[in-house]
Design a protein around this ligand. Sequence first.
Ligand SMILES: CC(C)(COP(=O)(O)OP(=O)(O)OC[C@H]1O[C@@H](n2cnc3c(N)ncnc32)[C@H](O)[C@@H]1OP(=O)(O)O)[C@@H](O)C(=O)NCCC(=O)NCCS
Length: 333
Amino acid sequence: MLNSKIVGLGHYVPERVVTNEELSGMMDTNNEWIIERTGIEQRRFIDPAKDTVANMAAKATHMALERANLNVSDIDFIVFATITPDYFFPGSGVLLQRELGLESIGALDIRNACSGFIYALSTADAFIKTGMYKTILVIGAEIQSTALDLTTRGRNTAVIFGDGAGAAILQASDHKGVLSTHLHSDGRFAEELYVKDPGSSRPHAERQPEQILDTSSFKVHMNGSMVFKHAVVRFSEVIMEALEANKLQKDEIDLLIPHQANLRISQFIQKKFELPDDKVYNNIMRYGNTTAGSIPIAMSEAFGEGKIKSGDLICLAAFGSGFTWASALIRWS
Ligand SMILES: CC(C)(COP(=O)(O)OP(=O)(O)OC[C@H]1O[C@@H](n2cnc3c(N)ncnc32)[C@H](O)[C@@H]1OP(=O)(O)O)[C@@H](O)C(=O)NCCC(=O)NCCS
């Protein structure tokens, strides 16, 4: 059986920094509330004249390729995780393929929200293990800012989300880098965190934007406390599942990179698994929740800061809309 390993990581975040103070000028919120409940100090919002999901992903890709010492032409497949594609269709994978100047390689979109990157990594790992592809570009990228309700009505979600992109190059290898991935979902909770429109199941007459524009159904809806309660349980379960599948103990984890949903969720997991501060990577303070982008951005930053070393056991874990949740264990080389 073939194995896969990550040979390059990259990320890109838009230039515009949006502080809690700036949001406080748009809605009834304040810096203290946001920091106390979420840990977020600032996030990045795109410049619509400049940034797209695909071109942010391309910038992250170039950084990952450079670190891997590879060329664009080495990529033979793209798996692109996003729930905020530039178009309703086609997906962002093909737009990135075009942006990179790659001719005719396959591109697949994954729509699993905050768990999207781990689903994408798992898909790429499986493709490599079958021998179908050798070098796969795995992306998590998101533009959330343009779907947020930046008024007091939307304050429970507007303060949480941000924009950004991360990239990982996964390659066939003798070394077993990706040890295992574990994917789950429970669609009974689909409407607890969702954007309803443009939903295709509406009757034709209702699906015209002017009929539904003022209903806020194009904005993110979230039952925050329900998400929180499920997240802490599922994060713990799926990390345990990964450790048990590999007969490893929690103290063997060198770095846990949780999806950056909320600093309080990360801290809860850290406490539960009795991990010291230097074994959990958080950057939600700087970027907020960038959904599928959050894990690859965090991995890329952790790598750049020298926090991922050869031989390290890296644990990725995520929970989000769907509900979906997932984990991956990686032995770095
Ligand atoms: C969203 C979240 C931070 C809200 O925190 P909370 O402690 O559950 O707060 P509540 O929603 O109960 O609201 C508490 C109060 O703060 C208010 N509030 C909500 N958003 C606010 C904001 N941005 N600023 C100020 N006050 C706010 C509420 O209106 C409520 O006021 P009330 O008590 O007068 O009704 C929290 O539920 C959470 O982090 N959930 C998980 C979200 C998540 O991780 N999502 C991504 C998943 S991938």
